[in-house]
Design a binder for this molecule. Structure first.
Ligand code: DC
Length: 222
């Protein structure tokens, strides 16, 4: 029997960096499900498809493949039609496109089995928006990781500046607020704390403290 940790929360709460470290320490696979939505967003941009045009999105889905692979370091690679797009999906434009496309029901359905299949075969920490509510409602531990919009925007701003990207703080904060709204107000699988989840707020925690908190929450329950 594999173990599943569901980690949900808004954009920029530190889910991916914290989960990646926690997974390494616990010897679990870290699965970043946002990358799947980002890959479909990229496919839609490349084909000039508007997320609101659901018929166009459905025909796009019929013609693409999205896969997750893990290299020998346990790092996740996302393949769109066999092409490694792991780097291309990390821009602010790709974030916004992913947020929009993730509201389309056929997109969520398209990705459901893929996510469940990975969790079935491996011990996972799976990060997303609907992992504890929809994808793995029976997860062994469900965590809702959050932080204030300001704290989240500052972290993302620093991350993008460190990568050499030319971005404005106000734009990042607006993106965070818009994405929060989109993610929590969509009709299908909106972002919300799962029943029985443990909420961890990292506004006042640094990275090490956040990792330790998550690991102790997990260890107390498995
Ligand atoms: O975690 P992220 O920022 O890479 O996610 C990109 C977008 O994908 C985000 O705006 C919401 C969406 N998403 C989702 O709806 N469900 C998930 N399980 C993961 C991400």
């Amino acid at each position: 029997m594999s173990l599943a940790i569901a980690l949900d929360g808004p954009a920029g709460a530190g889910k991916s960096t914290i989960a990646r470290r926690a997974a390494k320490e616990l010897n679990f696979i870290y699965v970043d499900t946002g990358a799947l939505y980002r890959a479909i967003g990229l496919a839609a941009s490349r084909s000039d498809i508007e997320p609101a045009e659901s018929e166009d999105v459905s025909s796009l889905l019929a013609n693409i493949t999205v896969e997750l692979k893990f290299n020998d370091k346990g790092e996740q690679i996302v393949l769109l039609n066999g092409e490694d797009v792991s780097g291309l999906i990390r821009t602010p434009e790709a974030s916004m496109m992913a947020s929009k496309i993730s509201a389309v029901p056929s997109v969520r359905e398209f990705l459901l089995d893929l996510q469940r299949d990975i969790a079935y075969k491996n011990n996972v920490i799976m990060d997303g928006r609907d992992i504890g509510t929809v994808v793995l409602p029976g997860a062994d531990v469900k965590i809702f990781l959050t932080a204030s919009p300001d704290a989240r925007a500052s972290r993302r701003y620093k991350e993008l500046c460190d990568k050499g990207m030319d971005v404005k703080y106000e734009d990042i904060l607006n993106d965070v607020i818009t994405r929060d709204y989109n993610d929590s107000h969509r009709d299908v699988s909106p972002l919300k704390p799962a029943e029985g989840c443990i909420t961890v707020d990292t506004t006042e925690l640094d990275f090490e403290q956040s990792v330790n908190k998550i690991i102790s929450v997990i260890k107390e329950r498995i």
